[in-house]
Design a protein around this ligand. Structure first.
Ligand code: SF4
Length: 354
């Protein structure tokens, strides 16, 4: 999978270890309605292992300490074991996010020694999950395979994609997690990108839905002893964590402004999330190594432009009327696409660099 980011606890604006989020292929056994990467069975594109190895080396030098492999379905990337082994040899923590339909005992057994944490996507009750996954029996297949993951001893969590219509399903998912031995549930708001943008254009959760999810997460976590993390911030959290959310300028290090760095299946490197404006992408690993892309991006002042977008986002979101809760990266990304201000800044950067 997945339509989600790396497992919670690994990332983000709360100052946790910087994450290199790699999507090595769009190949997938499913073609889910909510897929942000438009992955599917007919997709063939996969990134070269040497290219990704160079990316990991440079990523570590830049301060990225965790590799999070997502997709497409990572288990359909032929070189997955080698990629994970390379990350481990560089001292990185490794995580894999999967739809769980292929994690049979045999397949998972080969990967398990290379994985520090695995996240499995569960999107509600069996019928809800199968509907959004557009595959009858998808839930049952994934649930069966959880036994192999549990038996391997690799800590695992579930990822639940929150839409405007399914916060009530969180109760089922957290109970299912508790009964399955999962340590956590990550609630990730639907991202309107890729197939999700055309198939579910009205389903992005609004701030009320996000705040319900925060409340439900607290209740369920307390009741069931499962860590339930929602990728959303309340208004109070926004105000309390300005220093972690808004990077200081001038930005000297990539990790200061991009605690998550996304490498998509086209080898494009983007800070924070897929939805950040392509104008703020670092570029393509097929054109230059990550170290070079990062150096040029910072020299051109792109880090400051992104930091300004963070500052503007924070100011707008904390001005009245406040919203009950927001998905921070989504809000920043939207502002990078709302571009007169960003375009002017980028133009200024280009002019001063030339
Ligand atoms: S959301 Fe579905 S189609 Fe997309 S990568 Fe995950 S499992 Fe595959």
């Amino acid at each position: 999978m997945t339509s989600a980011d790396p497992p919670s606890g690994s990332r983000g604006p709360t100052g946790i270890a910087p994450v290199l989020q790699v999507h090595p292929t769009r190949r997938c056994n499913l073609a889910c309605a909510h897929c942000y990467s438009s992955s599917g069975p007919t997709q063939r594109k996969a990134l070269d292992l040497d290219l990704l190895s160079g990316c990991l080396e440079d990523g570590v030098a830049l301060g990225y300490r965790q590799l999070a492999v997502s997709g497409g379905e990572p288990l359909l990337y032929d070189r997955l074991a080698e990629l994970l082994a390379r990350a481990r040899s560089l001292g990185m923590l490794t995580s894999v996010t999967s739809n769980g339909m292929l994690t049979t005992a045999e397949r998972w057994g080969r990967l398990a020694p290379l994985v520090d944490v695995v996240a499995i996507s569960i999107d509600g009750t069996p019928s809800e999950h199968d509907a959004v996954r557009r595959r009858s029996g998808a839930f049952a297949a994934t649930a069966r395979n959880l036994e192999a993951i549990r038996a391997s001893g690799v800590p695992f969590g579930l990822i639940f994609t929150l839409t405007q219509h399914n916060v009530d399903s969180l109760d089922f998912v957290v109970h299912f997690a508790a009964g399955s031995g999962a340590r956590s549930v990550q609630v990730h708001p639907l991202t309107l990108h890729g197939r999700a943008a055309t198939e579910l254009p009205e389903a992005r959760p609004d701030s009320v839905e996000l705040s319900f999810a925060l409340v439900e997460a607290m209740r369920l976590g307390r009741e069931l002893g499962v860590v339930v993390h929602v990728d959303a911030l309340s208004a109070d959290q926004l105000r309390a964590h300005r220093a972690a959310l808004v990077p200081a300028r001038p930005v000297a290090e990539l990790t200061a402004v991009a605690p998550v760095l996304v490498v998509d299946a086209d080898a494009i490197v983007t800070p924070l999330t897929h939805e950040v404006s392509p104008r703020l992408a670092l570029g393509s690993l097929e054109q230059a190594r990550l170290g070079v892309l990062a150096r040029d991006w910072l020299r051109a002042g792109r880090g400051d432009v992104l930091a300004d977008a963070c500052a503007r986002t924070w100011s707008e979101l904390t001005a009245p009327p406040e919203r009950a809760a927001v998905y921070w990266y989504d809000e920043v990304a939207r502002r990078t696409r709302r571009l007169p201000a960003v375009r002017r800044q980028l133009q200024a950067c280009i002019t001063s660099a030339s």
